[in-house]
Every structure is written in C-alpha cells, then in structure tokens.
Design a protein around this ligand. Structure first.
Ligand SMILES: Cc1cc2nc3c(=O)[nH]c(=O)nc-3n(C[C@H](O)[C@H](O)[C@H](O)COP(=O)(O)OP(=O)(O)OC[C@H]3O[C@@H](n4cnc5c(N)ncnc54)[C@H](O)[C@@H]3O)c2cc1C
Length: 393
C-alpha cells in the first residue's frame, strides 16, 4: 500500500460492535482511513431494550443504516458478508460481488436458535403475539406458573431476569397475585457474572417481586411424558408455561478460523487467528459472554490495532473485559459493574447510574451517539468519549 493513501477499512455488520468500530476509527485515525460499512439491514435496532418494549415500559431505538453510516463517515454497501479470502484481501458478498480491503472488521453478530421445541422462545425479533398470549393467559388466570429458562450455551442470561421480574409485576398489576414466577438457570447464583454485589442486588429485586430462582440447574426436554426435566436429578419442571432464552450460534464465515459452534477465534487485539488483515469483534467472536458493552470494548481494541496499522502513533491495547449491565427490574433500574476475566476489580451494584451517558450498552463511542440520538432524534456525528466511571466513585 502507498503510505500516503488512506487505509481501506471494511466493517462487515453495523450493529453494536460495527458502529463502535467505525466511530472509534474515525476518532483515532481520521483521514488515515477510509471506511466502508457492509450491512444487509436497513435499520440499526437496539435490541437490549426489547424486553422493556414487550411490556410497554420502553421502546427499541431504531436508526436508519444510511444515516448511521453517514454519521460515522463511512460509505454504505448494502449486502451480507459471505466469505473472506485474506490472501487476496477480498470479501465475497451474498450477491457474488467482491470487495477489497486493507483491513477487515467482522462484526456480524451471532445467530440464535430455539433451545427447546415446546417452550416459548423469547427473542427481541420474535412474534409479539407469542408473549402477548402468555400475558393474556396470566390475566385470565390460565397461567398459574411461568418458568423462565436460561438454557446451556446461552451467553447472556440477563433478559431472563428482566422478563421474569416484569412478568411478576405485571401479574400483580392484573390482580393475579397467585401466579408463580420462577427462573431456572445453570448459574451458581443469579447473574453470577456480576459477582456477589450484583447478584445480591438482583436477589433483593427477585424477592420483592416474589420470583423464585433454581440455580445450578439444566433443563432438558422430555418426550415421555412430554415436558421438561431439571438436572442434576430428575425433577419435573412444574410450570404451566415455559419461556426460554435462545441458544447463541456462531456465524461460521467461510475463510475464517472458527470454533465448533461457529464463533470466530481471535487474539486479545481482535485479530482473527491465522489471518493477517482480518479482525473480529462482538457476539460473532469466540468469547463465552455475549454482551453489548463487551462487544464495544472488543471493537475499541480492533480499532486501536487498525489505527496503528494506518500509521497512527498509538500503542494498541488488548481487550480487557469489564462488564457493565443495566437491569430493568420492573419497578426501576439497577446498575452493575464487574471485571470479567481476572481483572481483580470489585463488583459494584447501584440504583444510580454507574456510567454516563446511562445507556444500556456502555460503549465508549456508541453510548454518547445513541444517547444523543434518543434525546434529539438527530444524532450528532461527533464521537464523544464516554465518561465511563463518572458516577461510580
Ligand atoms: C434482549 C436482550 C437484552 C440485552 N441486554 C443487554 C444489556 O443490557 N447490555 C448489553 O451490553 N448488552 C445486552 N444485550 C446484548 C447485546 O445486544 C449484544 O451483545 C450486541 O448487540 C452484540 O453486538 P454485535 O455488533 O456483535 O451484534 P449485533 O448488534 O447483533 O449486530 C450485528 C449486525 O451485523 C449484521 N449482519 C448479520 N449478518 C451479516 C453479514 N453476513 N454481513 C454483514 N452484516 C451482517 C446484522 O444485520 C447486524 O446489524 C442484550 C441482548 C438481548 C437480545
């Protein structure tokens, strides 16, 4: 590459990680990079608020992809990544066309599949009528007990607790105080990832709402008799209605090194194993926790590595996961923070925002961008550094 020409950076996927990567690159590398966003969807959909929307307690933010690319200073190509040839530094798009790159960021997210045949699988894009039917059954007294199941291989259990809490408060609001609500989870304590502090805060909310939790438990579907069995042991899951989170499935992109489940293998800077010029970030990556804040941190690490490649004088920092989660409790919000991988920091939980702006996904660039978009409907094109720890001291 001519050292004076900008680095041609292709970002595949305009979700949390892709958008964070684009905004970070513009801030860090400016004119040293020319960015292109490859994305099949017409809109960015902010899924973490989907649980709230189900209960009419919030709405899912949507931003036109065209607008988003423009704000991030990127060219938009509508299409899906179908394969990567890193030796030639080209990707294939699903229509058969090829696109060249000097650096590629794969941020295509994960797919999901139902974990059980007989349960209601809750997804943000699922049929609202399915959950609406459950709520009607509660209102009419047909749903005496509802179990929310976190299946094995689910990489983000928080929505199960949000759904359970909001369902419990909803049931009470309908005068159905006897409806029993429970969560069944493989975790040793509720929201184990957030440490003792986060778990204790959640437990207080669960107790107040009357939600019981069955921990260290795996649910299996049985055919004879038809139902669900809780392991270890052989306990029948006593519930008139079972709602399960989906299982995450990797995108398995041809040309990239993936694990057995199809998630992309990367080094601590997000560079794809065995590739020279390909990075990956977000839910598509082989990391056991799939969460928007972590997706943004992975994207920041890749952006720093690519900025260095473009000639910026920067020492790229590796991904060092810090979980920041906001839980919708059905009566308010709870904020949690914890270092995930041997960071040595303490876990914190609070009723006040632990970071600013108080978005559900704490991304350094994405947070301020979405906050501005939600407040004004017109996101500023400026990437403002997130004051991540302002309120935590
Ligand atoms: C109900 C719910 C609640 C959540 N709550 C929280 C929370 O409180 N806090 C938090 O931090 N996280 C939360 N998450 C997780 C968070 O939403 C994800 O971790 C995050 O969106 C992952 O970002 P991503 O960019 O990897 O994937 P996505 O945001 O899924 O974006 C992937 C993008 O890639 C595009 N794409 C797909 N295939 C291709 C292809 N072949 N080529 C090009 N583009 C493609 C998609 O259209 C999409 O735009 C929640 C998730 C759910 C479902």
């Amino acid at each position: 590459m001519d050292s004076r020409s900008p680095l041609n950076v292709l970002v595949a996927g305009g979700g949390v990680a892709g958008l964070e990567a684009l905004l970070a690159l513009r801030d860090l590398a400016g004119d040293r990079v020319e960015t292109t966003l490859l994305e099949p969807a017409a809109e960015f959909v902010f899924r973490p608020m989907a649980t709230a929307e189900t209960f009419g307690r919030g709405h899912v933010q949507r931003i036109e992809m065209r607008r988003l690319a423009q704000d991030a200073g990127a060219r938009l190509v509508v299409g899906g990544l179908a394969g990567v040839n890193d030796a030639r530094q080209v990707v294939t798009i699903d229509n058969g066309d090829e696109l060249e790159y000097d650096a590629l960021v794969v941020a295509t997210g994960a797919m999901s599949e139902p974990a059980f045949r007989r349960a209601i699988t809750w997804t943000p894009w699922g049929d609202p009528e399915l959950f609406g039917g459950l709520r009607r059954d509660i209102e009419e007294g047909y749903a005496q007990s509802v179990a929310f199941v976190v299946p094995p291989l689910n990489a983000w259990p928080l929505p199960a607790y949000e759904l359970a809490l909001m369902t419990a408060w909803d049931a009470r609001g309908m005068g159905q105080d006897d409806t029993r609500i429970s969560v069944v989870t493989p975790e040793r304590i509720p929201l184990e990832l957030f440490g003792q502090a986060g778990s204790a805060a959640l437990q207080a909310d669960l107790d107040e709402a009357g939600v019981s939790v069955w921990t260290s438990a795996y649910v299996e579907e049985s055919d004879d008799p038809p139902g669900f069995v809780v392991r270890p042991g052989n306990h029948q899951l006593e519930a008139t209605h079972v709602v399960a989170l989906p299982r995450a499935v990797g995108p398995r992109i041809p040309g990239l090194s993936c694990d057995e489940a199809g998630f992309i293998r990367v080094d601590p800077h997000g560079r794809v194993s065995g590739s020279e010029r390909v990075w990956a970030a977000g839910d598509a990556v082989a990391f056991p926790v799939k969460q928007g804040g972590l997706a943004a941190q992975q994207a920041d690490a890749t952006a720093e590595a690519i900025a260095a490649l473009s000639g910026v004088d920067i020492e790229p920092r590796p991904f060092r996961p810090v979980l920041r989660g906001m839980l919708l409790t059905g009566r308010g919000r709870s904020w949690m923070r914890s270092e995930v991988a041997g960071g040595g920091g303490t876990a914190v939980a609070s009723r006040r925002a632990l970071w600013w702006p108080p978005t559900k996904v704490a991304g350094r660039y994405l947070g301020p961008y979405l906050h501005a978009a939600a407040k004004t409907g017109a996101p500023s094109g400026l990437a403002v550094n997130l004051d991540l720890e302002r309120a935590s001291s």
